[in-house]
Design a protein. Structure first.
Length: 338
């Protein structure tokens, strides 16, 4: 199915008015295309409701006229979709054993899409408004113990400029709890050595200030000395960017992930650990050391406190483990009178 006119308008709204990234808009587009294909199939035959269409596209040889007719039909189907159609679609996703998280995401896409259509007066009522989001399985975020963090941070060799850079990257991720996307966006003047803070540009172009530890600052300073020497002999170096690749250009998030994979392998730690695990570790260790939830919310740049609250579940679980190990319940005294 070609991208319909109405979907295209919604994606433009996401990109140009809501400032969503190209990647995020593409994910919304894929979800809506899949729903459109379901509506198209359901419209063709009631008996085919039980089979969900794949996320396919027209073959290149099809004429523009045919594609346009199909797009008009899809637009009409999307605009006339009823609550029962959405429920049927979600039911099929469930039958196809999509995870609850994926179904919730696809429902969220439809919710945003139809809210947009109502707002722009394409339709008068929202068919998704009465549908509740399925309950999610609560997955606790993975985090590293202090010794594991220390082992990882000490792995990059600091006697080469790329090793010094990688050590500085890992130290910054753990010391500030910033996202990888925020890390690669850092510029040289975002590090305030005197004030021991970092200026961060977060999601939705929101900015915040986060403290950074003195050991991390020392490692960054060490890397900067190497970096500046390289820049003097290479005119391609971007003078404002903090973390650069070997060509002197801004690092990508994918590059950071590749570096992390390399050091996980070298240190013998679990290869499934991701850069985001350092963010989880930062938050968990902060709470374990007495930081209040609001402060951690501010440091992580979470818009909602509920997003941060998952870490309290994690620390509570950890406290229970410590308690149980210190007070075993199978010691034969559970039923004794005091």
């Amino acid at each position: 199915m070609e991208e319909s006119t109405i979907i295209h308008k919604f994606l433009d709204y996401l990109k140009f008015e809501r400032r969503f990234s190209e990647h995020t808009a593409k994910c919304y587009g894929a979800d809506l295309t899949q729903f459109g294909e379901f509506l198209e199939r359901a419209d063709e035959s009631d008996s085919s409701d039980s089979e969900l269409l794949p996320e396919s596209h027209h073959h290149a040889g099809q004429s523009t006229a045919v594609a346009t007719q199909v797009d008009l039909k899809i637009d009409q189907l999307l605009l006339s979709a009823q609550t029962d159609s959405v429920r049927s679609y979600l039911g099929i996703l469930n039958e196809k054993q999509y995870s609850k998280a994926t179904i919730a995401r696809k429902l969220a896409t439809l919710r945003s899409f139809y809210k947009f259509l109502v707002k722009r007066n394409y339709i008068s009522s929202n068919p998704v408004v009465s549908i509740r989001t399925p309950k999610q399985e609560k997955k606790l975020p993975r985090f590293l113990e202090y010794e594991e963090v220390k082992k990882l941070l000490n792995t990059p060799p600091v006697n080469t400029w790329l090793g010094a850079r990688d050590r500085a990257i890992l130290e910054t991720l753990y010391s500030t709890g910033i996202r990888v996307s925020e890390l690669v966006a850092l510029n040289m003047d975002d590090i305030d050595f005197l004030g021991e803070v970092v200026h961060i540009r977060g999601k939705g172009k929101k900015e915040r200030i986060a403290p950074i530890g003195s050991s991390a600052l020392q490692v960054i300073q060490h890397y900067m000395e190497y970096r500046n020497k390289r820049a003097q002999s290479n005119g391609n170096f971007d003078s404002k960017v903090l973390f650069v690749n070997k060509h002197g250009r801004r690092l990508s998030t994918r590059s950071v992930r590749r570096k992390m994979d390399k050091y996980l392998k070298m240190s013998g730690l679990d290869p499934d650990i991701s850069p985001h695990t350092l963010r989880h570790s930062f938050a968990t260790h902060m709470l374990n050391n007495g930081a209040d939830l609001r402060s951690v919310q501010e440091l992580l740049g979470h818009q909602s406190l509920s997003t941060t609250q998952i870490y309290t579940h994690l620390t509570t679980t950890r406290l229970k483990e410590v308690y149980d190990s210190a007070h075993p319940r199978n010691n034969g005294h559970d039923n004794d009178e005091p």
